[in-house]
Design a protein. Structure first.
Length: 599
């Protein structure tokens, strides 16, 4: 019930529209109650008087009056029902779509709030499944479910009153049918909910496999694994078919049992009512009207039966959606966090230790040597200085620079910019003054211009062109079919690695940051392109605090300070010349290994 109430909370902003939809539904239900009396009139006042009407003109006129009245009543209720039903459907769709829009917007905000650590350990396909499958399963709650529930409950109560008014003895005979139906629905609830969970879980696995297969299609083809991928995906689909069949069987069993109970109740009422009609205790028209109303009462019963099936699947999806929404980000703004004012770019690490388990940061109390990525880092970068980070793979270089834009928080110690502890300022104001060029840069499936403008949303076309020129990207962009309006394809598939890297550099230049982080920013370039871009980087780095991660030491020779990391510690620091003079140092060994045999 708690999950259902939380799910229905998304309807709260649209309660006025819901009330209007409820009014339309009640009118529709009321009109449906009129039609059984039309049959009663036809049987008792028209068809039951045929013999007398043939002999007596006055009786004929009375029967004709009632026939005309019944026809006009039927026509009026049918037309009005059609109009109100259309309005009801429109309102339900409007409310349902808006509620789903709010839910998916909240899910997307949660995606944007979660730290990088979450996506390091959570598959993209599973997150997509929450959006598409789990949230989609909840849509049944936002179309007409709530209003239909209220309408059917009220309709059932009104029909019960009508049944007792028509013939209370028959109503008492019919009454036990409904508790039995309620018991049947309750019996089927738990297995239907369990199967609903299985459906959502299997759908997530299908989504994960599909997303990974598409993202890794190059590797699949390169290693001739198409058949294996197809087989794995087919197995997942086969599993989905099996679960869906079980869900259908339980749903059919639910509907079948309730149908048998309902028809049994009608059969009993028909037999007893027929006896009373034969004895003259009630008219045939009244019996037909009673059976019609009883059948109408089963309408809400069928609704509850179907609702039971739909609701279990919807609640299974809702539980997974709320589980995702309830994830508390490990990196979040304090309630009293202040915007970071314009900075000069002084970066300080004070006794910084960072540890993780798998890809997730851990608390200080659970730090072990096995989990440490950085250990007791103390360091200051003055504004405008170029700091290079070198060391073997796994030394902690990427973790080091990830703490500066606060992708992670230190397990111990603190990181400060211009004296501000990063945990005391808002993430948005911090990252607005930092630009990063990654080793593998992501391009969005838009135009060249849109990808560069990603660095600063309010940039003019002239700003974009100037940034592209500074990144030595303008010439190749103009050679493209539509220049800056050329679509780059998904993940920049239409561009070479070097071209994508230059667009990433242009994006960073456009941002005009005070702190710049370059993670192997020239790794995707050939020697000629790298030489040209080094000039652009020198211009970009001027007056900014820069952190450069580099495996090729040729790119860090002119750094103001080089930090050599090994096993999460700074083991050496100094300029290129200072570090090279240490004959037994780590940097010297790395340098000699890279330039061995080079004249």
């Amino acid at each position: 019930m708690k999950v259902l109430l939380r799910a229905l909370h998304y309807l709260r902003p649209y309660w006025r529209l819901q009330c209007l939809a409820l009014l339309c539904a009640l009118v529709t239900a009321g009109l449906n109650l009129v039609q059984p009396w039309v049959f009663a009139i036809l049987i008792d006042q028209v068809f039951g008087q045929v013999t007398e009407a043939r002999r007596d003109p006055a009786a004929f006129d009375r029967s004709l009056y009632w026939l005309t009245f019944a026809a006009l009543l039927w026509l009026a209720t049918t037309v009005l029902n059609a109009i109100v039903h259309a309005a009801r459907g429109y309102l339900f769709t409007l409310v349902g779509e808006r509620a789903m829009m709010d839910l998916r917007n909240q899910l997307f905000r949660q995606v944007m709030r979660l730290p990088l650590a979450h996506f390091s350990r959570e598959r993209v396909g599973r997150v997509m499944s929450v959006f598409n499958n789990d949230a989609g399963a909840m849509q049944v709650l936002y179309t007409s479910t709530l209003v239909d529930l209220i309408t059917n409950v009220l309709q059932a109560l009104v029909i019960l009153v009508v049944l007792f008014r028509i013939h209370w003895q028959l109503a008492l005979i019919a009454l036990p049918t409904y508790p039995l139906l309620a018991f049947t629905l309750r019996y089927f609830s738990k297995p239907m909910r369990d199967i609903g969970h299985e459906v959502q879980e299997q759908a997530a696995k299908v989504s994960e496999n599909l997303q990974e297969s598409i993202a890794g299609v190059r590797e699949v083809k390169a290693f001739t694994q198409e058949q294996r991928q197809q087989s794995g995906f087919g197995d997942l689909l086969g599993g989905m078919v099996g679960i869906r069949l079980r869900q259908t069987l339980w749903g059919s069993a639910n509907g079948g049992v309730t149908h048998c109970v309902a028809m049994g109740g009608i059969l009993i009422v028909m037999w007893w009512g027929g006896r009373w009609a034969l004895r003259g205790d009630l008219t045939p028209g009244t019996l037909v009207a009673f059976l019609q109303y009883m059948g109408n009462l089963f309408g809400p019963t069928w609704f509850f039966a179907n609702l039971n099936v739909m609701l279990q699947g919807a609640l299974a999806g809702a539980e997974r959606v709320f589980e995702f929404l309830d994830i508390v980000p490990s990196v979040k703004d304090k309630p009293d966090a202040k915007p970071l004012p314009p900075i000069a770019g002084r970066v300080e690490f004070r006794h910084v230790t960072f540890a993780y388990e798998g890809d997730a940061p851990v608390q200080a109390t659970t730090v072990t040597e096995r989990t440490v990525a950085l250990k007791d880092i103390n360091f200051v970068a003055e504004p405008g200085k170029v700091i290079a980070l070198v060391g073997p793979s796994g030394a902690g270089k990427s973790t080091f620079v990830s703490l500066i834009p606060r992708f992670y928080d230190p397990t111990e110690g603190s990181v400060l910019i211009d004296g501000y502890d990063l945990r005391d300022v808002t993430q948005e104001s911090l990252r607005a003054q930092i630009a990063q060029v990654f080793q593998e840069n992501f391009l969005f499936a838009g135009t060249v211009k849109e990808n560069i403008r990603f660095g600063r949303a309010d940039a003019s076309d002239d700003d974009i062109i100037a940034a592209a020129r500074a990144a030595h990207a303008h010439d190749f962009i103009m050679a493209l079919e539509k220049g800056y309006d050329t679509e780059v394809g998904e993940r920049g598939a239409k561009l070479s690695g070097g071209q994508k890297q230059r667009l990433a550099l242009a994006r960073a230049i456009l941002r005009n940051p005070k702190i710049l982080i370059l993670d192997e920013a020239t790794s995707a370039l050939d020697s000629e392109s790298e030489a040209a871009i080094q000039d652009a980087l020198q211009h970009l780095m001027r007056g900014r605090t820069c952190f450069i991660i580099a495996h090729r030491l040729s790119t860090v020779l002119n750094a103001d300070e080089i930090l050599v990391l090994s096993e999460g510690r700074i083991v050496e620091r100094g300029t290129h010349a200072q570090l090279l003079s240490n004959g037994s140092g780590v940097y010297r060994r790395l340098y000699e290994k890279q330039f061995e045999g080079v004249a």
